[in-house]
Design a protein around this ligand. Structure first.
Ligand code: ADP
Length: 296
């Protein structure tokens, strides 16, 4: 059994005065955990803190018996991290660079290292292209390479920061399939601003904005809590402002060039509204709106 990751009361204010984390507490069990929030929410700050790359001002983080903020070496031995900005050396092959990373991770025995490198290349579907220079890889292949290096050393804690930004739909699907195979005994934290990444992959999630956790739990319960309260209507563009003034409009979409709004309300706002099943996007936008109201 892999232990939970427990984040308790973590705060961080940058020297420029930005309060990136304002008392973040989360319990993250093994499995895929989605950390969902808009740009600037504090996700990367939290991910870097868990990955022992920066210090919080206060709070504690434990991974089983490991005190993450004090026992950094122990964390690093069991951590796989794919940062938001993951650069590769374009002139070396996937195999060479992975071998190099494996040495840095402490895999010094040659045979064990070769086996580990082969295993992560196969798991990320890069075995056939292992001799190719990384500079020739597509965005999706680079992301899979990023996961391959994160998997070196069989981590129990994986952190994947904004992984699908910039991937085309086919690459994203391939990437999702790969992530979902990583295993049930690993804590995998997927940080993202893309709701579908979480709804496709994660059994547990948290929504974070302005450095605060606004919701945490399982996505389906959050969706169930909105049942019967989401209403949809196609509206003329120039009336959007009036709807937003009178009703709780939680999202607007263009559907074949027309504007569809989702409204949250206990009853049908007018007969032209149609009840729609809530989805995670409705949860996300309604939670963000309530967060804005609290902050205001
Ligand atoms: P996210 O990953 O959710 O986009 P970040 O953790 O990157 O959020 O950023 C949270 C806030 O902290 C933002 O307002 C960002 O501008 C600010 N921030 C992030 N890193 C730094 C830094 N090194 N120095 C100052 N401000 C920072």
């Amino acid at each position: 059994m892999t232990a939970d990751l427990v984040v308790d009361g973590v705060t961080k204010t940058y020297p420029n005065g930005v309060q990136a984390l304002r008392g973040v507490s989360l319990r993250i069990p093994a499995g895929m955990f989605g950390l969902l929030g808009p740009n600037g929410a504090g996700k990367s700050t939290l991910m870097r803190t868990i990955a022992t790359l920066q210090e919080p001002d206060s709070g504690s983080i434990a991974f089983g018996t490991i005190d993450v903020l004090r026992q950094k070496d122990a964390v690093r031995r069991t951590l796989g991290y794919l940062p938001q900005e993951f650069g590769v050396y374009p002139r070396v092959s996937a195999l060479e660079l992975l071998d190099h990373f494996a040495v840095l991770k402490g895999l010094v025995a040659r045979r064990a290292r070769a086996e580990m490198v082969e295993s992560v290349l196969r798991r990320t579907n890069l075995w056939d292209v292992r001799q190719r220079r990384l500079g020739t890889f597509s965005g999706g292949m680079k992301q899979r390479f990023g996961i391959a290096q994160a998997l070196l050393g069989s981590p129990r804690l994986m952190i994947v920061d904004e992984p699908t930004a910039g991937l085309d739909p086919a690459e994203r699907l391939r990437f999702h399939n790969m992530l979902s195979e990583i295993g049930e005994n690993v804590v995998v934290i997927l940080s993202t601003h893309i709701v579908e990444d979480v709804s496709d992959l994660c059994s547990r999630m948290a929504i974070i904005a302005s450095g605060r956790v606004l919701l945490s739990g399982d996505p389906q319960s959050a969706i169930d809590a909105l049942r019967g309260r989401i209403w949809k209507k196609i509206v003329p563009r120039d009336q959007l402002g009036a709807y937003e003034r009178d009703l709780e409009v939680i999202s607007t979409h263009l559907v074949a060039g027309r504007t569809a709004i989702h409204v949250m309300a206990p009853q049908r706002p007018d007969p032209a509204f149609e009840e729609v099943p809530a989805d995670l996007e409705d949860v996300y936008f309604s939670i963000l709106r309530s967060g804005d109201r609290q902050a205001a």
